[in-house]
Design a protein. Structure first.
Length: 288
């Protein structure tokens, strides 16, 4: 067997793992496949004569390709899809990508997308796949110590700031109860977690008419939540500006956020945010 044939067989054997690495970095199955194709071209052109750890070497190549793609994406400043278009794309998209998004976690994919490209690469390679910081430094063009700092900064962003207990636990219980009740269409359960004078404000991008909308009172807000519950298949709990809220992210692509204000164990205000500029300003993190 020639060296190229041997390398091709090893690359194919590693493809599932390499695809998982690329998907978590890029958040798109089609882009992950493109990254693997480019990685194979680079690997085949280099040869393996001086490679001691083939798996690590292939992962490093994939990491470099993904970092280039992330930087290119940042320079293009791609805008999120509107909520309806993204939901339709998810419904019609590849089943494998939907399974991947669910396995990784929609909220995590959303938060990873807020990181700078080197931070995202360092976090994925170290925290999710255990690559040493020396090898991550080679991918990012940094020293091992600087690569460690990249991963540390990313970890803080992903996990969010510490919220004092027991307030954090109670806020999470309230958000979870709202989410479950909205999904189940349970008006009584919704009324139990809403302040009687709760207000819901939806920006223009979140409303089909394109006109900002306000609902006042627990009865009106609970009916609106049930009516919108069809979208919950693409939603997940996350920290939004330090408070548990809900992100809607078909295939991990953020299109809408529910930001809660919680007072005395009840939701007193809900902001429904879909405007791309406002979404970029939110501080998002994964609920531990």
């Amino acid at each position: 067997m020639s060296e190229e044939d041997w390398l091709a067989s090893r690359f194919e054997a590693s493809r599932p793992r390499l695809r998982a690495v690329a998907y978590r970095m890029l958040g798109s199955l089609s882009e992950a496949e493109d990254a693997l194709q480019e990685a194979w071209i680079r690997a085949a052109g280099h040869g393996t004569g001086d490679v001691a750890n083939l798996e690590g070497w292939l992962t490093t190549i994939v990491g470099r390709v993904c970092l280039d793609m992330l930087r290119s994406r940042r320079s293009r400043r791609e805008e999120p899809l509107d909520a309806e278009a993204a939901a339709a794309a998810a419904a019609e998209g590849p089943e494998q990508e939907a399974v991947l998004a669910d396995s990784v976690g929609l909220a995590l994919l959303v938060v990873l997308d807020t990181l700078a490209p080197p931070e995202r690469v360092a976090f994925v390679l170290h925290d999710m796949f255990g690559l040493p910081f020396g090898e991550i430094g080679e991918v990012t063009g940094r020293s091992p110590a600087a690569a460690r700092q990249l991963a540390s900064r990313a970890r803080r962003r992903v996990r969010g700031g510490a919220v004092p207990q027991p307030r954090a636990a109670r806020q999470r219980e309230v958000a979870e109860a709202f989410f479950a009740a909205a999904r189940g269409g349970d008006l009584n359960a919704l009324l139990a977690v809403l302040d009687p004078d709760v207000e819901l404000h939806a920006d223009a991008a979140a409303v089909p008419s394109g006109i900002p909308m306000t609902l006042r009172g627990a009865a009106a807000v609970s009916r609106g939540a049930v009516a919108a519950s069809a979208r919950s298949r693409h939603s997940q709990l996350a920290l939004v500006d330090g408070v548990p809220g809900i992100v809607m992210a078909p295939l991990g692509r953020l299109v809408l956020v529910l930001r809660f204000s919680i007072r005395d164990g009840k939701i007193s205000r809900i902001e429904v945010i879909a405007d791309p500029a406002r979404l970029r300003q939110l501080d998002l993190a994964v609920l531990s």
